[in-house]
Design a protein around this ligand. Structure first.
Ligand SMILES: *Cc1c(COP(=O)(O)O)cnc(C)c1O
Length: 355
């Protein structure tokens, strides 16, 4: 039998929880009492430690600050209606984390360290999981290079952390989307499929310009023609045309969302045909003109399903009446029901926090 991973736990002397309201928390601003920290050196992961959340120290020569060798994940823990804590599909995030690591020439994380480290940390800060509908505990694993020398090369040392942040309620308001044609998010051969910092830094300018024009988000298009739709900021995208749900296929420039995979399964269970294939903007426009474009939405861990009420392509406005939709609201309803333990978890998406 494999040895159970040894995690050292140093508890905080004074919990911040009594002074923190877990209601109406903005995303990503409040963190729990503890964090997990592990260093990688001499070709090995060292002893993982759960310790009080706090500053970390580094020299200004830290390689990540200069060359961006860094990756992350986003996962959620919830309580079911009976109060039991679960983490949603952590193994899928674990696999994606190592796919990102390999692309960025970073060491892979052993499954036990990632999963048991996360489970144990959530267990230590269990009382931080909000017990309210639409609230959750956001889990942020990340890894970055820690060599202290300037020069472009893969680092030989790394740090891996897991942070926890209570959040919610997260209402996904219908959004207005600008189809981006000037800037490119990712190209084949690049790092679009990796959850790596640079992908987000390079997208900020496009978001800012779209927001200045009154839009909430951009819909990225392919790097060559700017005609094939790809995904949104931190969301994959689905279009329902007739009785078929279409989402762009994964060809290396798109992040393989865990929510995307969940939604594909749920749509199929609801009797829809799901196609993963290249989707040209002209096909969306033609469907809109013909009245067969029924629904359009983004999928991601933060907001689960975000309806698109307007799509703007070169000034051509496609408006969608989200009040009339039935398919994606049903997907959202079922996803919430599974997470809250009101519908059977037949796919074993829910991972129990209590061992
Ligand atoms: C994280 C992310 C998604 C959504 O992935 P989920 O696993 O569903 O949260 C989609 N696109 C990008 C670019 C992302 O960073």
């Amino acid at each position: 039998m494999e040895a159970v991973i040894d995690i050292k736990v140093i508890k905080t002397e004074k919990s911040k929880l009594p002074g923190t309201s877990l209601e109406n928390l903005p995303f990503g601003k409040v963190f729990t009492d503890h964090m997990l920290e592990v260093e990688y050196k001499d070709g090995q992961w060292q002893q993982p430690v759960i310790k009080p959340f706090g500053p970390i120290s580094m020299l200004p020569t830290n390689a990540t600050l200069h060359y961006g060798q860094t990756i992350f994940e986003g996962i959620k823990a919830y309580r079911t209606v009976s109060g039991e804590p679960y983490i949603f599909r952590p193994f899928d995030n674990f696999h994606r984390f190592n796919i990102s690591a390999a692309r960025m020439m970073m060491p892979e994380i052993p499954e036990e360290l990632f999963i048991e480290g996360m489970r144990k940390l959530v267990e230590v800060d269990l009382d931080w999981i909000p017990n309210k509908p639409d609230h959750s505990l956001y889990i942020r694993p990340f890894m970055f290079a820690t060599d202290e020398a300037i020069g472009v090369r893969p680092s030989s040392t790394y740090s891996f952390y897991i942070l926890l942040s209570p959040t919610g309620p997260y209402y996904s308001k219908p959004c207005r989307i600008y189809v981006e044609e000037k800037y490119t998010r990712a190209a084949p051969g690049g790092i679009g499929f990796a959850k790596s910092g640079g992908n987000y830094a390079s997208s900020l300018l496009a978001f800012a310009e779209a927001q200045a024009k009154g839009f909430d988000q951009v819909l990225w298009t392919d790097a060559f023609e700017h005609k094939y739709v790809q995904e949104m900021g931190t969301m994959n995208v689905f279009f329902i045309i007739g009785n078929t749900a279409i989402t762009p296929n994964l060809e290396g420039s798109i992040l393989e969302g865990v929510t995307r995979s969940t939604v594909i399964t749920l749509l199929q269970e609801q009797g829809l045909k799901v196609e993963e294939r290249p989707l040209h903007i002209d096909e969306i426009i033609a469907a809109h003109k013909a009245g067969t474009l029924k629904e359009a939405f983004g999928t991601g861990t933060a907001a689960t399903i975000t309806p698109i009420k307007e799509l703007n392509y070169k000034g051509y406005e496609m408006l969608l009446d989200t009040d009339k939709w039935t398919i994606s609201p049903e997907v959202k309803r079922r996803l919430d029901a599974i997470r809250e333990g009101r519908e059977a978890d037949v796919h074993q998406w829910m991972f129990p926090v209590k061992g």
